[in-house]
Ligand binder design. Structure first.
Ligand code: MN
Ligand code: MN
Length: 390
């Protein structure tokens, strides 16, 4: 077998050699495409040390389930073992494609990436809900509330569940249940002859190709109990963001989207050269979804342990609760990503703000810090930072 020569002069291929000369050429065998995407795995920053479990999984490595009407793939605790708190699903539906009527024991939070879809739901009091969802909108269904999703045009969205063990491929679906219920029981339940059920699907449908429905007004069903009291839809991109010199942040949790009791989120924009500042989350693990661009995140877990991972659009990241972290935009385009939490509230602690609100003398003696640093500390949180000249 002839060995494929690797061009060591190619500057696009990272070599495991640090700027101080530590390391040596990797002459292969190697997966060069992956190495190019992971410069901070091949050459970890000199401050990286110790063992941290894997904190990244790409949807590109998650098997697709293909159906007439759409596709889906998932990243759960099975793909990313540390992600015990949250699981995610990436799904696409065609115009008219339907994710069938179903429910599950986990709460569902979703963000529309592109295109439009119609969602329906009915709560335990018989109050119903129907709405159209466009790009930048999100929805939330409490655990156990039955619902459906249908593409009004080709659309793609992210689904997030408050349990890492969730699987999109083992939900409770209407077709599955009826296929596994005797016809005489269905007859007794609905008060019609057994032959009324002769054309039911014989197994779970999951996703199917349907027809694009009419307007919400024309499809609406009047419930004697009215509509759900708390809307299941929220227009996140229409929220006025917190603007900072390096980007922006939009936060959505039960304080501005009251139904969202188990999931809180932030949509973060980081301009090239800017950074999501050093911080941590006291109340939950963080599950991330990268929407555009590329970046790197270093996670610090104490005892001299810190590890850096590279991320790009379509990747999922994870941060254990209270682990310190920051995210840098390492590309030339804007980095957008979602931070998701299993909580009713978004909470973060800013390292900079903590230091600014602590007696100066104490910070000075603790860190042997000079006045330049002490005087520049900020009492107000700046989630995304970019300083002139840095
Ligand atoms: Mn669902
Ligand atoms: Mn964070």
């Amino acid at each position: 077998m002839e060995k494929q020569p690797i061009n060591h002069e190619d500057r696009n291929v990272p070599q495991p050699i640090r700027s101080d000369g530590a390391g040596a050429i990797d002459a292969g065998p190697r997966n060069v495409m992956r190495d190019i995407q992971n410069p901070n795995i091949v050459v970890p920053p000199v401050t990286d040390e110790g063992m941290i479990p894997n904190l990244r999984f790409s949807f590109s490595d998650a098997p697709m389930k293909l159906n007439h009407g759409g596709w889906s793939r998932e990243i759960t605790v099975r793909q990313l073992p540390i992600s015990t708190a949250i699981a995610g699903v990436n799904m696409s539906l065609t115009a008219g494609g339907v994710r069938e009527l179903h429910w599950h024991k986990q709460a569902e939070w979703a963000y529309m990436l592109l295109g439009r879809a119609r969602i329906t739901a009915v709560d335990q009091e018989g109050r119903n809900f129907i709405a159209d969802i466009g790009p930048g909108d999100l929805w939330y269904f409490p655990a156990g509330v039955p619902h459906s999703i249908q593409g009004l045009e080709h659309c793609e969205f992210l689904l997030v569940f408050d349990d890492g063990n969730f699987s999109e491929f083992s939900t409770l679906t209407i077709s599955d249940w009826l296929a596994h219920t005797p016809k005489d029981v269905l007859s007794a339940n609905f008060g019609v002859p057994e032959n009324a059920f002769h054309s039911l699907p014989s197994e779970q449908v999951y996703i199917y190709q349907g027809n694009v429905p009419g307007s919400v007004a024309s499809e609406d069903v009047q419930s004697p109990y009215g509509k759900v009291p708390l809307t299941f839809k929220y227009e996140l991109l229409n929220q006025t963001p917190i603007q900072t010199p390096g980007g922006s942040v939009r936060i959505v949790d039960s304080s501005n989207f009251p139904i969202s009791k188990n999931i809180a989120a932030a949509l973060v924009q980081i301009e090239p050269g800017a950074m999501r500042e050093l911080h941590w989350h006291p109340n939950s693990d963080e599950w991330q979804y990268y929407l555009t661009g590329q970046g790197r995140m270093t996670v610090f877990t104490g005892n001299g342990t810190a590890r850096t991972f590279d991320y790009r659009a379509g990747d999922v990241g994870y941060v254990p609760s209270n682990a310190g972290h920051y995210i840098q935009n390492t590309g030339t385009e804007t980095l957008w990503f979602l931070e998701m939490f299993k909580s009713d509230r978004y909470e973060d602690v800013s390292l900079n703000q903590w230091m600014a609100l602590t007696p100066k003398e104490l910070v000075q003696s603790n860190l042997n810090a000079g006045t330049v640093m002490l005087d520049s500390l900020r009492k107000k949180k700046v989630p995304v930072v970019k300083y002139p000249g840095t």
